[in-house]
Design a protein around this ligand. Structure first.
Ligand code: A2P
Length: 272
C-alpha cells in the first residue's frame, strides 16, 4: 500500500505543468464561426484597455501554440475575456473553439498594442470603427471609465456580414446600460451603430461607404471629421484598415502611436 502511494506521488510530479496557464471560467458560442471566453487573470498582469496579449494552447508537439488576441475585458475586471473567430483548419482556433470551463489556456502576461488612449492626442469625440472580431479591443475600451473622462462622445461602429455576428457587441452594449455602476460613468456618451452587409438590418452597408456617402453623419447627426476634436481607432481586416485610413487621412487626421500620439490609430484584427 505504501509503495502504491509513493508510486502515485512520483507520477503526479511528472505531469507537465503549463507555463502561464489560466483556467477557463466561461465559454459562449455566438455562431458557428464566433465565440467568446473568459479565463482567470494572471496576478501579475496589468494592461491598458485596448491592448493585446499572446494566448494559446499546448500544441501536439509539446510546444505552446500562441496567437495575438486583444483583451476584450476592461482593465479593472478580475477575469480576462477574449472574442474569437473559429477557423476550421486554423492551427489554434480549430482547437481553441472546443475549450470548456475548467480547461487551461496559456496567457503570456506581456500586453502591447496601439489601440490605447495614450496613442491619441486629447479630443472630444471618439470613433471606434470595427469589423468582425475587430470589435474586441473596443469591448475593453467602452467599459473603461477613463474613456468617458477624456471624451464627451463615443461612437462605436461595428460591421459584420450577418445580424447574428453582431450579437456579442449588441449584448455587451446592452449589459453596460443594464449595469448600475457602468451606466453611471458611461451616461449617454456611448452611441452604438451596428451595420450588416449581407443580411437586412436597420443599418446596412460597409462602414467605408457609409462614411464616404455621408450616411453615418446623417443617421447620427454628426459634422464632418475635424482633426481638432475627432479621434478614431480602427480594427478590422487588412482591406478595411487600408480603406478607412485613406478616408480618415483625407479628412486631415494623422496616424498616432504610443511614442507619437496623433489623431487616429489602426490595428489588424487578429485571426488565429
Ligand atoms: P462585405 O460583406 O461587403 O465584404 P469578413 O467577414 O470578410 O471579415 O468581413 C467582415 C465585414 O467587414 C463584412 O461586413 C465586410 O463586408 C466588411 N469589409 C470587408 N472588407 C472591407 C473593406 N475593405 N472595407 C469596408 N468593409 C469591409
Amino acid at each position: 500500500m505504501r509503495e502504491q502511494q509513493n508510486l502515485d506521488k512520483t507520477k503526479a510530479q511528472t505531469v507537465p505543468v503549463l507555463p502561464n496557464a489560466q483556467t477557463v471560467t466561461e465559454v459562449v458560442h455566438y455562431t458557428d464561426q464566433l465565440f467568446s471566453f473568459k479565463v482567470t487573470r494572471p496576478v501579475s498582469l496589468r494592461f491598458r484597455s485596448g491592448e493585446f496579449v499572446m494566448i494559446g494552447l499546448m500544441g501536439d508537439n509539446g510546444k505552446p501554440l500562441l496567437r495575438a488576441y486583444s483583451i476584450a475585458s476592461p482593465n479593472w475586471d478580475e477575469e480576462l475575456e477574449f472574442y474569437s473567430i473559429k477557423v476550421p483548419d486554423g492551427p489554434l482556433t480549430s482547437k481553441l473553439q472546443n475549450i470548456k470551463v475548467g480547461d487551461e489556456v496559456i496567457i503570456r502576461p506581456k500586453p502591447v498594442g496601439t489601440l490605447v488612449l495614450d496613442a491619441l492626442l486629447p479630443g472630444k469625440r471618439m470613433y471606434f470603427l470595427a469589423t468582425g472580431t475587430g470589435l474586441a479591443p473596443f469591448a475593453s475600451l467602452i467599459r473603461d471609465p477613463e474613456l468617458y473622462e477624456q471624451y464627451d462622445e463615443v461612437i462605436l461602429c461595428h460591421t459584420c456580414r450577418e445580424v447574428a455576428e453582431l450579437k456579442y457587441g449588441a449584448d455587451l452594449v446592452q449589459s453596460i446600460k443594464d449595469d448600475e455602476l457602468m451606466s453611471e460613468f458611461v451616461g449617454d456618451k456611448l452611441t452604438y451603430y451596428p451595420t450588416t452587409t449581407r443580411e437586412d438590418s436597420p443599418h446596412m452597408g460597409r462602414i467605408t461607404d457609409l462614411l464616404k456617402d455621408g450616411t453615418l453623419a446623417i443617421d447620427l447627426g454628426l459634422p464632418p471629421f475635424d482633426p481638432k476634436i475627432d479621434r478614431v481607432m480602427i480594427c478590422g481586416s487588412m482591406g478595411l484598415n487600408t480603406d478607412i485610413k485613406e478616408i480618415i487621412e483625407a479628412a486631415g487626421l494623422d496616424e498616432g502611436s504610443n511614442s507619437q500620439p496623433a489623431e487616429f490609430v489602426v490595428e489588424k484584427a487578429f485571426v488565429g
